[in-house]
Design a protein around this ligand. Sequence first.
Ligand code: CTP
Length: 466
Amino acid sequence: MASLTVRRLDEGLKKALRLRAARSGRSVEDEVRTILRSAVAESPRDARTSAREQRTPPSPPPTPSRRVLLVIGGGIAAYKSLDLIRRLKERGLALRCILTRAATHFVTPLAAGALVGERVFTDLFDPAHEFDVGHIRLARETDLAVVAPATADLLAKLAGGHADDLATAVLLATEAKILLAPAMNPRMWAHRATQRNLARLLADGAALVGPNEGEMAEAGERGPGRMAEPVEIADAVMRLLAERVAPVLANTRVLVTSGPTHEPIDPVRYIANRSSGKQGHAIAHAAARAGADVILVSGPVNLPDPPGVTTVHVETARDMLRAVERALPVDVAIFAAAVADWRVDNAGRQKMKKIPGGEAPTLALKENPDILASVARRTAQRPRLVIGFAAETENITANARAKLARKGCDWIVANDVSPHTGVMGGDRNRVSLVTADGVEAWPLQSKEEVAAKLIARIADTLAVPA
Ligand code: CTP
């Protein structure tokens, strides 16, 4: 019977064995025995499987939309990312891994590769890798990219759109959502530059997990900056994958107006309405999640700009019209804004003063341009689908039908904005979709659900050739 001396094995194999043994809590010799035992127990076909497959316990086959790219940044927390690999694989995800150059100071490509079950990627200019997978394929063939640890430096590079190494090039090229798991010293985390970079990345659509509060690697340091635990990150990954929406509006340009307009009376006063912008913003967000290129023209609202959307902020109806015209051509235009019908024609250049005992000023109102009608009636650059909203307080459907004809749009989303409905400013909406084919009453649902349903209807309609 042949004998085997572990010491004589090549260095790479020894390292992989040590790692595997450490993971399973066995001595290296016991680990070798376990491997041999399971190899012998396998069927003849299985015995022919490659060494690589033997190293990795078989994981359930990944279902579509479950391909994850893990980018390990260069921080002390990188050691936790080895455990993260294990957690992600346990969840049946197909995993690829990139190590930044700095990360290789903390974990070796061999250790990460042994856990992933295939080689990991480190170099943008590695001819073998470009031949094999290539950075564009790494970017494309993923449903979610996870950056863990996301160091202050990586956040800054990503926020600035840098692409000078494999990790940043792939993260810039990917259309997949990016989940950031920051890890850094609390002072670096609190720094305005880091917070600015993070805000930029979140506005661009990235998601965040952690950082947690606690003891840092540096003695005596405490505060927010510890990378989220591997299980927390893996849970966030599963949540984000479950939320994924099919890119039904890929290659589609969508324009959305939202919110009220403010029409100045003088430099400090204005006429407004109660629109919160929640419905319009939810539509813009839903369109972006469905893969559309979205421009949101928003009146003054107290809402953050939706992630993944280009938001143009305007104040008056005339500003809104100009921004809408600049955004054309688009495939779909959705006019959810509550545009003021009138502006003050005699607005004061200076603040109007109250004269004791004098008369109250009279405001002369002038009609604002109808933005929806002007786009719907265009002969050049008319969007394929022009959708208006009808905010009504009575005779909802009849008024909406009349509006559809009067404005020349394709659909009207009619809603009852009577005060008792709580629609204006509220989180729920009951709408009817009015088209040339008839009226469809939708149930009372959240504004996000209305948005998702509308986007699905738009995608179905666009899928039919014009
Ligand atoms: N709209 C617009 N420009 C305006 C007024 C309205 O683009 N100056 C759009 C709204 O964004 C909405 C639709 O037209 O999509 C209907 O808005 P609504 O306020 O319900 O209708 P009005 O045209 O203002 O008619 P009315 O106020 O008499 O009901």
